[in-house]
Design a protein around this ligand. Structure first.
Ligand code: GTX
Length: 229
């Protein structure tokens, strides 16, 4: 178990769904941390030194030791601070395997490059964005069927899979606004819509979930920065 005097630093950025995962996990455990904001223009020396392989955020620095990749960090937090706050890992190994399967699916389908491709404002981008609807429909059906201890939508605690999916809700809503297509549609994905409202209102989430309009503004900044390179 980690000590109260531990120094926790998060190299992050307010708009990143992957950073949000780590912040939710830290909130669930009630762990204080310092967050260093990376900028679009230039990666910090600390980020380059801490994640030399991918050079991406988030990186958690625990007493000087860096840990990279959002879901690896979430599991590290769950396993390091077992006896404080809310448990994050499911107790059954099969349930954990199923949760990891769907987390890998989400990370494959909603990577940064795929989110960017959805927001370019071109006809191809609209076709790409439509894939979001299909992904959400598949998740709705799968989560209804698969048993993760309790049914996915009926669970009270925020576990790893909730964090993996829920961290993307802000960007899903931002893409909805940018391309003018409703993905979180009550008629099509009622379970996900009701669950997403509960997730966004959770104590560990509501203060840190980025505002959709700010994400839309940030998307424009990101696109301009990419075009200028
Ligand atoms: N697999 C990694 C994880 O889970 O930690 C992915 C992390 C990642 O992609 N981080 C991005 C990064 O550092 C920041 S989050 C992307 C912002 C969303 C924008 C949506 C359009 N990127 C820097 C880089 O790729 O150089």
């Amino acid at each position: 178990m980690a000590a109260k005097t531990d120094k926790i630093t998060l190299i992050g950025g307010w708009a990143s769904p992957f950073v949000l995962r780590v912040r939710i996990a830290l909130n669930l455990k009630g762990i204080s941390y310092e967050m260093l904001q990376e900028t679009v223009e230039k990666k910090s020396d600390l980020l380059l030194a801490s994640n030399p392989i991918y050079k991406k955020i988030p990186v958690l620095i625990h007493n000087g030791t860096p840990i990279c990749e959002s879901m690896i960090i979430v599991e590290y937090i769950a396993e390091t601070w077992t006896s404080v706050g809310t448990p994050i890992l499911l107790s059954d190994s099969y349930d954990r395997a199923i949760a990891r399967f769907w987390t890998a699916y989400i990370d494959d389908k909603l990577s940064e490059s795929k989110l960017r491709a959805m927001m370019k404002g071109t006809p191809e981008a609209e076709a790409e964005a439509n894939k979001m609807g299909a992904i959400l429909q598949l998740l709705e059906d799968a989560f209804e069927k698969c048993s993760l201890g309790k049914s996915f939508f009926a669970g009270d605690n925020i576990g790893c899979l909730y964090i993996a999916v829920g961290s993307h809700l802000g960007w899903i809503k931002a893409v909805e606004k940018i391309v003018g297509i409703k993905f979180l549609d009550e008629e099509k994905v009622p379970g996900l819509v009701a669950w997403s409202e509960r997730f966004c209102g959770h104590e560990a989430v509501k203060e840190i979930m980025p505002e959709v309009d700010k994400l839309v503004e940030f998307a424009a900044v990101l696109m301009r920065a990419t075009a200028a390179k």
